[in-house]
Each structure stands twice: as structure tokens, then as C-alpha cells.
Design a protein around this ligand. Sequence first.
Ligand code: 4FN
Length: 263
Amino acid sequence: MLRVRVISLFPEMFAALTESGITRRASEHALVEIEVLNPREFSEDKHQSVDDRPYGGGPGMVMRVEPLKKAVEAAQSSLALPREQVLRIYLSPQGRRLDKVGVNHLGSIAETKGLILICGRYEGVDERFLATEVDEEWSIGDYVLSGGELPAMVLLDALIRKLPTALGDEQSAEQDSFENGLLDCPHYTRPEKWSPHEGGSNETLVVPEVLLSGDHKRIADWRLQQSLVRTWLRRPDLIEALKARGEFSPELNEILQAGLQKN
Ligand code: 4FN
């Protein structure tokens, strides 16, 4: 069971996870428990303020320590776990970049620990909150966002997908692109022949013959070859990563070279 507490000024945003798709199913089947706490509810002053002006001046506002700290303490006691069995994460541009290695790492930590995910708004949080209340910072990538909520949801979606039995077909997770370090092969569904324009019979797009053959070995070989060629063309960095890990065998290279000849 993945046990998560989220600290966010926009708790409603997390309905996107708990009300749709496989993340909803995971919640319904109690594979994951997500509770969102709003720092505003923990503000002591009469206007329930959660932010204030930055020392040193400049634009924007900074999230105050007090409401954040109280929200984290409420999250900690709601988890009913000792401090050492909880990992407190601030989603932040300054954090370690999340990739599949990071997701696997956090996923294995989350098997034994609860998670508290803290989402920033405005210009971010008072540095003293990070110094005293946060264990790790993680980032989903290098672009400006308006809050840490979408990054927290990205992380949660990635963790939930990896839970054993979170997916209807347990095999589809490991067959997905990236589980083998490669991009996906092309996918097709009905109809077998399809024209982008009505009556455009001279530009009918057909499903590759191999996928209709029923020959499971040929199909698996073709898919692997397509994945290799696409990865080499579009994400050569992923091929380099496989090589660096000694996972790009001479056999894989043979399949790739043969695929490049065909195209
Ligand atoms: N973003 C950059 C440089 C300076 C500021 C930002 C930025 C939301 C509270 C942080 C952004 C991106 C990935 C959290 C970005 C992430 C955030 C994330 C995020 C409001 C302060 C802020 C150099 C990365 C472009 C706003 C770079 N992963 N500040 O976006 O929380 O987790």
C-alpha cells in the first residue's frame, strides 16, 4: 500500500488522479491512499494567510514557514508512522531530475515508508522550511511551472503505475516503452485499411502485414526491431544509455542494423 500525504494550496487538483483511469482504480482498490492537506487550514492569523512578501524585495510572494510546518506535522501524525518511516519530498526546480531510475528508487522506498509531497506556489517556500522539514527535493524537468501540484501528480502517477496489480494486464507495464529502455513500437487497431480522406483510395493506410500474420514470434521480432530503429533515430541518447549499462548486445545491434537497411 502506497501511503501519501500531499501539502497543497489547491487540493482539488488531485481529483485528477483519484477520479480517473488506473490511478482511480488503484485508489478504489486501496493500493494507494492519498490525502491532501491545505496549509491555509493551518494558518493561525485571522486572514488565514499562507504567504508574505520576500525579504530583500522583488516581485511575488513566498510561502510562510508556520502554516507549512503545521500542515506537515498534521500529515505526519495522520500517517501514524515514526518520523524515520516517512520521506518528505519538496517538488522543486532545484531537485534531482526524476527519471525511471528515480521512480524505481522512490517506489522501493515507498514500500516501507510513507510519503509527504509538498507543493510550492508563488515564488516558492521560505528556505528555513526546506532546511528543517524536508528530506529531499525532486524535479520533473526544466521548465517554468506555476506550482508543484502537477509535478507531484506526475510522480504519483509514475509510482502508482508500477504497483503490482495496479494495471489490469500486469504484463503491459513491463512491455511498455522504457521498461526495456527503448521507445514503443508503432501500434494499430481496426480498421485494417483506413483513408484519411473519404474515397481517397490511392492513399489508403494499411496495417503492416506482419501484425495480421498471427505469427507471434515474427510479431515480437518486428516490434523489437521497430523499437530499436525508432529509438536510434529519435532518442539516440537512450541507445547510448543502454550501451553504458552493457545492455546493448551484439544481437540487438544486428536487429537494429537490419531494420535500418529496410527503412
Ligand atoms: N516551479 C526554473 C527556474 C526558476 C524557477 C522555475 C519555476 C512553482 C513555486 C517553484 C518547476 C519545474 C519542475 C517542481 C523554474 C517543479 C517546478 C518542477 C516548480 C511555484 C516555486 C515553481 C530553470 C527549471 C526553468 C516556479 C527552471 N518539478 N518556479 O518553475 O515547482 O517539481
